[in-house]
Design a protein around this ligand. Structure first.
Ligand code: FAD
Length: 240
C-alpha cells in the first residue's frame, strides 16, 4: 500500500461506464482526462462539483490505488439531494470536475497489527472495497481480514459475488453481510453489525475501520472500547 500522501489537485474525468445495481446503489467508472493519472491512498475520497454554482459532495474512491488512470465511485442515490440528482443523471461520455485525493481515513500500515476488521453500513462499504483490494489482492497480505456489512434489505446487496470469490481464493478473508429487515428467505446474519461483532472474538492486535452512519459508529466504538478492550488508536472511523 502507498505510504506517502498526495496533495489534492483538480481532476477532470469522463464517465466510462455506470452499473445500476438496484434503485439505490450505482457504481461509476471514470477515466481521467486531466491529469492522465493520479495517486491516492486506499480509503481517501474526492470532492465532486455537483452543480453550476460549485456545490460539492464527497465520494470515497472504491477502486484500489493500483488503478491509477481513473477511479470508481459507489453512490447511494437515495438521499435525493443535489449530489444524488447529479449522479442520477450522469451518462457515459459525461465529464465531471473534482478535487482529490482528500481525507485521513486511510489504510494504515501498522506492522504490529495482526488483523484488519472493516465494518460498514450502506454506502460506507465504498472505501473498504479499495482498502481490501489493496491489501488482499494487490499486496497479497496474509493477515486476517474480515468485512462486516450492514444493510436494511438483502435486495440492495451488491458486490457480494466479488466478496465471495475473494473468500474462496483467500483463506485469510471472511465476509459477513448482516441484514436488519430481511425476508424469510435470507439465510445469513440478521440484526445489526454491532450485535454480530459482540458475539465474535478478535485478537487484541486488531485494527478496526468503521464507515457509515453515526449510530453504528457510536455504538460499535463503545462496544470495541468497553467490551472488547480495543485501544482507541486501533479504531479508525469515517462518518457519512
Ligand atoms: C468523507 C465522505 C465520503 C463520502 N463518500 C460517499 C460515497 O462513497 N458514496 C455515497 O453515496 N455517499 C458518500 N458520502 C455522502 C455524500 O457526500 C453526500 O452527503 C450524499 O451523497 C448525499 O448528498 P445529496 O446532495 O444527495 O443530499 P443532501 O442534499 O446533502 O441531503 C439530502 C437529505 O438526505 C440526508 N442524507 C444525506 N446524506 C445521507 C446518507 N448518506 N444517507 C441517508 N441520508 C442522507 C440529509 O440529511 C438530507 O435530509 C460521503 C460523505 C463524506 C463526508
Amino acid at each position: 500500500m502507498k505510504t506517502t500522501s498526495a496533495k489534492p489537485r483538480s481532476l477532470i474525468a469522463i464517465l466510462e461506464e455506470r452499473r445500476d445495481f438496484n434503485d439505490k446503489f450505482v457504481e461509476y467508472h471514470f477515466e481521467l482526462k486531466n491529469p492522465a493519472t493520479f495517486q491516492f491512498r486506499a480509503g481517501q475520497f474526492i470532492s465532486v462539483k455537483v452543480n453550476e454554482i460549485g456545490a460539492r459532495r464527497a465520494y470515497s474512491i472504491v477502486s484500489p490505488p493500483s488503478f491509477d488512470h481513473g477511479f470508481k465511485l459507489l453512490v447511494d442515490l437515495s438521499p435525493g439531494g443535489i449530489g444524488s440528482q447529479f449522479f442520477s443523471s450522469l451518462k457515459p461520455g459525461d465529464k465531471i470536475n473534482a478535487l482529490g485525493p482528500m481525507g485521513s481515513f486511510q489504510l494504515i500500515n501498522q506492522p504490529e497489527a495482526e488483523a484488519h476488521v472493516f465494518v460498514a453500513t450502506g454506502s460506507g462499504i465504498a472505501p473498504f472495497r479499495s482498502m481490501i483490494e489493496d491489501l488482499l489482492i494487490d499486496h497479497q497480505d496474509k493477515r486476517e481480514i474480515r468485512l462486516y456489512w450492514g444493510l436494511r434489505h438483502e435486495q440492495t446487496l451488491f458486490w457480494e459475488n466479488d466478496f465471495q470469490d475473494w473468500v474462496e481464493s483467500h483463506k485469510n478473508f471472511a465476509f459477513y453481510p448482516v441484514i436488519s429487515q430481511p425476508t424469510a428467505n435470507w439465510p445469513l446474519s440478521t440484526g445489526h453489525v454491532t450485535d454480530l461483532i459482540l458475539a465474535h472474538q478478535f485478537s487484541p492486535q486488531t485494527d478496526f475501520y468503521l464507515c457509515g452512519n453515526v449510530a453504528m459508529i457510536n455504538d460499535l466504538s463503545k462496544v470495541l472500547l468497553e467490551t472488547k478492550k480495543i485501544l482507541p488508536d486501533q479504531i479508525h472511523t469515517e462518518q457519512y
